[in-house]
Design a protein around this ligand. Structure first.
Ligand code: PLP
Length: 360
């Protein structure tokens, strides 16, 4: 146990289980008694190929992914997917539908403009992105509909996924593995790993083989889903350490009762914090209650001049990572899988103690 460990509410890279960090650290020194570090082995070695395979199998098992989907481990972050998706699927079709739910959805929309015309089929911009808009008028000629299941910065999360008769693509960077989703509703899911999957440096793509088969035009190899799938994520040197540590983290997740087990814990953590936000006279939540994210809880103080003082108060009590994103302000507490409920209890106590010091 690291006695010096902080209560880490950071949005990503973020907290990982201590047991995973210890195993990863040991593997950096000597992996499997091979006399080699995990950082020193060839990505073409049978040992590392079995790590890729095992990680893929864990992803499939945890998310109940049918064989008709490929699981890829790529580089470039979720941000690279913002452009790879329209690069692969917009050729021949000029329109793609996008749901505008915040900062990262906007970034995806901007990238699509390099390849065609993104049509915004719903937006919550009118209310500082504090809710998930409905989307009914999706053009049938659109190549796909792109949504963001959890808006990391604004603190909203989408819980229902109405399908639209066109390929559904979802950025699940900040809630993948935090709750059960029906993968079959989607044609492509992507996620940067650095929240609930593992360390930064790897991006996971779950893609329906049928969708890959629709690509017929020339694309640079590193951006071509056909090439990446045909080479089983080993077209070039993959992020070896990130994949290895993700594997350890997914084994940890399985030991927590899998996704259903962790989902129950995540619901409890989120309820605990939102209850305090609603009851404490100093704070209010930013997201509309029906769309509140279980992963990223955004809140502010009625008296903004107290926010810096509260931040210092919390920091002195070993709480880190709660400062809100610069465009939103206030606070954001990220409650990813590895964050223990005890850390949320500490934050709640700190919020209460702060109110008590002000005589409230
Ligand atoms: N999409 C979402 C929902 C995110 O939260 C993030 C990063 O936090 C990104 C995309 C961008 O990810 P990356 O930094 O891996 O490019």
């Amino acid at each position: 146990m690291n006695e010096n460990k902080k209560h880490n509410f950071g949005a990503g890279p973020c907290i990982l289980p201590e047991s995973v960090l210890c195993q990863a650290a040991n593997a950096v020194i000597d992996w499997n008694d091979m006399g080699l570090s995990i950082l020193e082995v060839s990505h073409r070695s049978p040992e590392f190929e079995s790590v890729v395979l095992k990680t893929q199998l864990l992803v499939r098992e945890l998310l109940h992914i049918p064989d008709s989907y490929a699981v890829l481990f790529l580089q470039g972050g979720a941000s690279t997917q913002f452009s790879m998706i329209p690069m692969n699927f917009l050729k021949g079709k000029s329109v793609a539908a996008y749901l505008d739910t915040g900062y990262f959805a906007q970034k995806a929309i901007q990238e699509a403009k390099h390849f065609g015309t993104p049509v915004i089929v719903g937006s919550s911009r009118d209310k500082q992105y504090n809710y998930i808009p409905d989307y009914y008028d999706v053009p049938s000629e659109a190549a796909y509909l792109h949504i963001t299941s959890n808006n990391t910065i604004e603190g909203t999360e989408q819980f229902e996924f109405p399908t639209q008769g066109i390929p559904m693509i979802c950025d699940m960077s900040s809630d993948i593995f935090s709750r059960m989703v029906d993968v079959r509703k989607f044609d492509l899911i992507y996620a940067g790993a650095q929240k609930n999957m593992g360390p930064a440096g790897m991006t996971m793509v779950i893609i329906k083989n049928e969708l890959i088969d629709t690509i017929t035009h020339e694309i640079p190899a590193m951006s071509d889903y056909r090439v990446l799938e045909a080479n089983n994520s080993l077209y070039n040197t993959p992020p070896v350490f990130a994949i290895y540590t993700a594997m350890l983290n997914l084994i940890w997740l399985k030991d927590q009762g899998g996704i259903l087990g962790i989902e129950q814990k995540n619901i409890k953590k989120a309820m605990l914090l939102y209850k305090e936000i609603d009851e404490n006279p100093l704070f209010y939540g930013l997201a509309q209650p029906a769309h509140r994210s279980r992963m990223n809880v955004t809140f502010k103080m009625y008296d903004e001049s107290l926010e810096k003082v509260f931040l210092t108060f919390a920091t002195e009590r070993n709480i880190v990572g709660i400062q809100g994103y610069r465009t939103v302000g206030g606070f954001r507490a990220s409650l990813y899988n590895a964050l223990p409920i005890e850390s949320v209890q500490v934050l709640v106590t700190v919020m209460r103690d702060f109110a008590a010091e002000l005589g409230l």
